[in-house]
Design a binder for this molecule. Structure first.
Ligand SMILES: [Zn+2]
Length: 133
């Protein structure tokens, strides 16, 4: 458990992807599947300030599409499966991938917004808390 501020955007996003508080990394970021906690109980960061909106689903769809493309090519060309079997496998895999990627994508987007001082987050944490402008 690290309670230190992340040293980079990528470090903050890794914490968000893992479902941890991007600021301190000490506790869970999400109270429910896609609902972040209102305030981190360790560092006190207010997470109601984020506005991830539709961006996490867009990221999930793009990643799922890129991961599913080779699977669809293999299923369509290298197997003797029927069209119904191919579509059943493909749709099931796509739904599972989308659901699996949604929370990590939202955690990463919240971390990105926090680090960049976007939406309700006042300023980049390293600058604001170090007193550097
Ligand atoms: Zn925290």
């Amino acid at each position: 458990m690290s309670l230190a501020l992340p040293q980079s955007l990528w470090a903050a996003m890794r914490r968000g992807i893992a479902g941890r508080c991007p600021r301190c990394g000490g506790v869970r970021l999400f109270a429910r599947f896609l609902q972040p906690v209102a305030r981190c109980r360790l560092c006190g960061q207010d997470w109601t300030l984020h506005a991830a909106d539709d961006f996490p689903p867009y990221v999930s769809i793009i990643v799922t599409g890129h991961l599913m493309a080779p699977v669809l090519i293999v299923l369509g060309s290298a197997t003797a499966l029927s069209m119904v079997a191919t579509m059943t496998i493909a749709v099931a895999m796509a739904v599972v991938l989308l659901l699996a990627l949604l929370q990590p994508a939202k955690g990463a987007i919240i971390a990105l917004q926090w680090w960049m001082g976007m939406q309700g987050f006042a300023a980049r944490p390293g600058k604001a808390e170090a007193g550097v402008e």
